[in-house]
Design a protein around this ligand. Structure first.
Ligand SMILES: C[S@@+](CC[C@H](N)C(=O)[O-])C[C@H]1O[C@@H](n2cnc3c(N)ncnc32)[C@H](O)[C@@H]1O
Length: 241
């Protein structure tokens, strides 16, 4: 399995975030997928998530690979308790749209509060309409987590646009990063999507149901065939007004 085989996603994000020497807050870090490469050259990097199990997974993942400037904490995006005007950068990867819809505006206000004047906010979220990978994730969200992922993606984009029209932030740059993920066979693809949802305790029936829906959605006829699926990230770089 090769997710982002050419490291295009990490390179695009590093190029937009420019973490070198900066004091950075990552919101909704999950298991810290991006935190380690982002923190390498940062001055200080605090990665937070409201899910304490995600933070435990992040601690475990990095216990053998410590960076002294990287810290993980269980904190909520809407009320971090962190000092105001203290960060050069607030970064969210696939996280802003996952914040409850009625809390997204507050999460942006909190990012605004903790950012220094002229500080940068970088939000990387799924593109609307959904990529092939995102379509499969949406199926899982609908069936097992009982929420409509497309609605929350659409809502988060309107909240971001409102923050710009309210002059909380100015938009500086907007980029779409398109990557192709390669899978040796259909089983590998299913395992990869399952790993995006560590909170689900997959049993055999759930696995069979999902495989059936994925097969239908992608029109898979032969489980042994190699597959290439697109994924797109919609990245917005803003500055605090
Ligand atoms: C799809 S995951 C992305 C994780 C990671 N950034 C990545 O790209 O792999 C979204 C994360 O946002 C977190 N999240 C949702 N609402 C939050 C909130 N109010 N405060 C902090 N984190 C939140 C979830 O717990 C979850 O770990």
């Amino acid at each position: 399995m090769e997710i982002d085989p050419t490291n295009l996603e990490s390179e695009t994000l590093l190029d937009m975030v420019k973490p070198t020497g900066k004091n950075i807050l990552e919101v909704g870090c999950g298991d810290g997928r991006a935190s380690f490469y982002m923190a390498k050259d940062a001055s200080n990097y605090l990665a937070i998530d409201s899910d304490k199990d995600a933070i435990l997974r992040a601690h475990k993942k990095f216990s053998t690979n410590q960076l002294p400037n990287l810290k993980f904490e269980t904190l909520d995006a809407t009320n971090t308790g962190l000092a105001e005007n203290s960060f050069d950068i607030v970064f969210m990867l696939c996280a802003f749209h996952e914040i409850e819809t009625n809390k997204q505006e507050q999460a942006l206000l909190e990012a605004h509060r903790v950012l220094k004047r002229g500080g940068k906010l970088i939000i990387a979220d799924p593109l609307e309409p959904p990529s092939q990978m995102q379509l499969l994730c949406n199926i899982v969200c609908e069936d097992f987590l009982h929420f409509d992922h497309s609605v929350s993606v659409k809502h988060s984009k309107s909240i971001l646009a409102k923050a710009v029209s309210d002059r909380k932030f100015d938009e500086l740059e907007h980029k779409i990063c398109s990557i192709n993920n390669m899978f040796e066979n259909f089983g590998e693809l299913c395992s990869s999507i399952e790993s995006v949802f560590p909170e689900i305790d997959w049993d055999v029936t759930q696995r069979d149901q999902i495989k059936k829906e994925f097969r239908k959605s992608l029109g898979v006829k032969n489980d042994d065939q190699k597959m290439i699926l697109s994924d797109e990230l919609d990245i917005t770089l803003l500055t605090k007004c």
